[in-house]
Design a protein around this ligand. Structure first.
Ligand SMILES: C[S@@+](CC[C@H](N)C(=O)[O-])C[C@H]1O[C@@H](n2cnc3c(N)ncnc32)[C@H](O)[C@@H]1O
Length: 252
């Protein structure tokens, strides 16, 4: 009999590590023609950068770090996957990328003006612990910006569109990567989908103030449409994708 101490976190980390070399080539991941649209979204929620200290959690290949640097933030990236960190470091040798678990960053309390994260929340094992950790690391008055989505539950319209646009897809055609993705998804906290309302309620419970949900990502979707192709672009617009910003109160 073999025994193992591996847990869900190991599986999630290994899954992303295996995707690191090809991640930027997959449509919708690398920020390219959509850069101006992302910059506009981040400016809307974060205001002028003014050299403030910003932590990009789950920085992956460094695309959001690159975006934030272009806006004028003093960026630190953090990810737990070494292959992802290698990619990010090779793209931006002047940025510090740390290896750590986003749920336990080990960073100093009240050390960051801004924390941003794209496409991490849906895969958190313990979001309550993560949000408490991010609250701790932010300075009083600091801002958190989450960009994420519910990639599980689908509206009726979305189900119909999927059926029409992917009519040739069958079980045999699903790649091993998608099977693994779905197996992980079934075990994470938001296995039924990271709805913005649920995430916002947890941020409020963690002590954040002025929690603002923004589901208008149309400018980004428009800018991505050439990269995505029309089928994927239509499906993406029907998904529940959002940005949420929240403030750590000043009087903490
Ligand atoms: C979908 S990629 C997103 C990368 C990047 N944020 C972006 O939007 O381009 C998910 C990333 O989250 C990282 N990740 C997932 N859970 C993490 C955790 N608990 N701590 C640190 N990194 C994590 C993975 O290693 C992977 O690089």
């Amino acid at each position: 009999m073999t025994t193992s101490n591996r847990d869900l976190r190991d599986d999630i980390r290994d899954y992303w590590s295996e995707r690191a070399t090809t991640f930027d080539d997959e449509p919708g991941h690398r920020i390219d023609a959509d850069m101006a649209a992302w910059q506009a979204l981040f400016r809307r929620h974060l205001g002028d950068a003014d050299g403030r200290a910003l932590l990009d959690l789950a920085s992956g290949t460094g695309e959001i770090a690159r975006l934030c640097q272009s806006l004028g933030f003093a960026v630190t990236g953090l990810d737990w996957s070494v292959p992802m960190l290698d990619r990010a470091r090779s793209k931006m040798p002047d940025v510090t990328f740390l290896q750590a678990d986003a749920e336990r960053t080990t960073l100093l309390s009240a050390s960051m003006d801004v924390i941003v994260t794209r496409h991490l929340v849906w895969t958190l094992v313990d979001p309550k612990a993560a949000f408490a950790e991010w609250f701790r690391v932010l300075k009083p008055g600091g801002t958190l910006l989450i960009v994420d989505g519910d990639f599980v539950s689908q509206s009726l319209l979305s189900r119909i569109a999927k059926r029409l646009l992917r009519s040739g897809t069958n079980r045999a055609a699903i790649s091993p990567q998608v099977v693994r993705h779905n197996e992980i998804l079934a075990r994470v906290h938001f296995s039924a989908g990271a709805r913005a309302g649920l995430v916002a309620a947890m941020l409020n419970a963690a002590g954040f103030d002025r929690v603002r949900i923004n589901t208008d990502l149309a400018q980004i979707h428009r800018a991505q449409s050439a990269q995505l192709g029309w089928r994927k672009s239509v499906l993406r617009r029907l998904e529940h994708r959002y940005a949420i910003s929240a403030i750590k109160p000043q009087d903490i």
